[in-house]
Design a protein around this ligand. Structure first.
Ligand code: ADP
Length: 473
């Protein structure tokens, strides 16, 4: 500002000198106004040149090379440059923030889509594109209603009531692999909309499983309950002979037992699902397990046939005299279920072979082979589903709950074991549990023997829970 004032004084001084010079050469009183006009013109020209330079710099974008202007215009240039730099910094900061924000939305497991006032796609993340089968580049600024042709979605969009969610099939949905989406629009700003989508396939499947499970349990419990209620009513209302009463009471006890077995299997399953997998500290003696299994199998075989007579030919062959790291109750339950299935489904006179072997790779294989009816190939993959039965009436007749193999599968998974099923209709079945080497604590091989008709097998020594020894493989 001072420079500008000095310049102005300089111009006035020049005008004074010019006036004085003109007055001495050209008397007549014009000297002063002419001198003033000339001085003002010089000042205006000089100032305009600098203003022009400043405007030119501004027009070129206000780059770094505006520094050659000095004085008043130089000041303005510096200030404008500073303001421009600050604005540029803020813009970069905003861009970085926007980039971060969009990156965060990009990794969201849910679909996010921004629609403008005309329901055109302004932006969407990859999840959203996958949910609706969109191409992130090609479909930008396309109307969503033209791209998503699902009738339910079109109706939802047209209705304009976005307070509730819409459940619709996803783009990749097929009858064999259904995909279910939960979709909701949220209006915001000036007619814009946020479209959120979520893949709820797993939730839907879990919910369907829960519904099926409750329906199955209710059905399983209702049948014996109805029978029990019927007998109670009969006993209350009719005068019965002693023998009849005894017969009804026996049938009632059978139904009560069936409910007890079902509840006990349900509790076993729920315990298996709700607890941590067994560690490798507790070890179970395999020969002792085999002895207990043999006792139970022979008892069951007798119960199913004539009293005191074993219905089947058993071979119990314990070829592994070692331990398995795991929980006794669980292992006994899984192996016991396989043996009891063999006994229950194999007709009288059939052969049942229960065997334990250690393979060359160190894994221990527990197997139960029978000469029963066998299972058709189409059922094999579904046998471990809860309440899945090939022969419903045979299962019920023999006291089955439909939960046995589901328990076996859970126990196997918790012990890192694999359940293998081989079967040929009319010939028999082979169920095997293959325990990984990490669960095997080796011992010497034993031998095969044939089960006795009335065994009273003593359980010698502690079964289980032998404290972990070093050298556990
Ligand atoms: P259940 O209590 O009905 O026996 P499981 O889950 O133990 O239930 O078995 C499921 C179905 O698999 C049975 O209902 C039966 O149809 C079939 N199954 C299981 N083991 C055998 C076997 N050893 N021989 C023939 N069928 C079998």
């Amino acid at each position: 500002m001072l420079g500008r004032f000095v310049l102005f004084l300089g111009c006035l001084l020049t005008a004074g000198l010019l006036g004085w010079w003109l007055d001495t050469h050209w008397p007549g009183g014009y000297a002063v106004p002419v001198g003033l006009v000339l001085a003002a013109s010089i000042w205006v020209l000089f100032d305009s040149a600098r203003a022009g330079k400043f405007l030119n710099w501004l027009r070129l974008g206000g780059g770094a090379e505006g520094g050659s202007v000095s004085g008043f215009w130089g000041d303005i240039t510096t200030r404008v440059r500073r303001a421009l730099r600050e604005r540029e910094r803020q813009t970069l900061e905003c861009q970085a923030r926007l980039h971060d924000f969009l990156s965060a939305l990009q990794v969201s497991p849910n679909g996010v889509m921004l629609l403008d006032g005309e329901a055109r796609i302004e932006w969407c993340n990859q999840t959203s594109a996958a949910h609706f089968g969109l191409d992130l580049q090609r479909d930008l600024m396309q109307t969503i209603g033209n791209l998503v042709r699902e009738p339910g979605f079109a109706a939802y969009l047209a209705k304009g009531d976005f307070g509730s969610t819409l459940t619709m099939p996803g783009r990749d949905s097929s009858p064999t692999r259904p995909v279910t989406l939960s979709v909701q629009l949220h209006p915001y700003g000036d007619g814009r909309k946020l479209l959120l989508s979520r893949d709820i396939t797993v939730l839907e499947q879990a919910e369907a499983m829960r519904r099926d499970f409750v329906a199955n349990v209710s059905h399983e419990i209702r049948t014996p309950l109805t029978v029990l209620a019927g007998f109670v009513e009969t006993l209350q209302t009719l005068r019965l002979e002693d023998s009849e009463r005894q017969q009804y009471l026996a049938l009632m006890s059978q139904q009560a037992e069936r409910m007890q077995t079902l509840v006990s299997d349900l509790l076993t399953l729920s315990k298996l699902e709700g607890s941590a997998p067994p560690g490798v500290d507790a070890q179970v003696s395999v020969p002792n397990l085999m002895r207990q299994l043999e006792t139970d199998a022979l008892a069951l075989s007798q119960v199913m046939g004539e009293p005191g007579v074993t219905d089947h030919h058993f071979v119990f062959d314990c070829g592994f005299d070692g331990f398995l790291a795991g929980t006794t109750s669980e292992l006994l339950s899984a192996m016991g279920n396989l043996v009891s299935n063999a006994v229950r489904y194999t007709p009288a006179g059939g052969d049942i072979t229960v065997r334990v072997r250690q393979r060359a790779d160190g894994c221990v294989v527990f197997s139960v082979a029978d000469t029963g009816p066998g299972i058709a190939a189409e059922h094999l993959g579904r046998l471990t589903e809860r309440f899945y039965r090939v022969d419903r009436s045979r299962s019920r007749e023999t006291g089955g709950t439909g939960l046995g193999l589901a328990i076996v599968k859970h126990v196997a998974q918790r012990h890192g074991a694999v359940l293998a099923i081989e079967s040929t209709v009319g010939k028999g079945s082979l169920f095997s549990l293959v325990f990984p080497v990490q669960r095997v604590v080796s011992g010497a091989a034993g031998g095969a023997h044939t089960a006795r008709v009335n065994p009273s097998v003593p359980l010698d020594g502690p079964w289980i829970d032998v404290v972990a020894k070093p050298g556990l493989q």
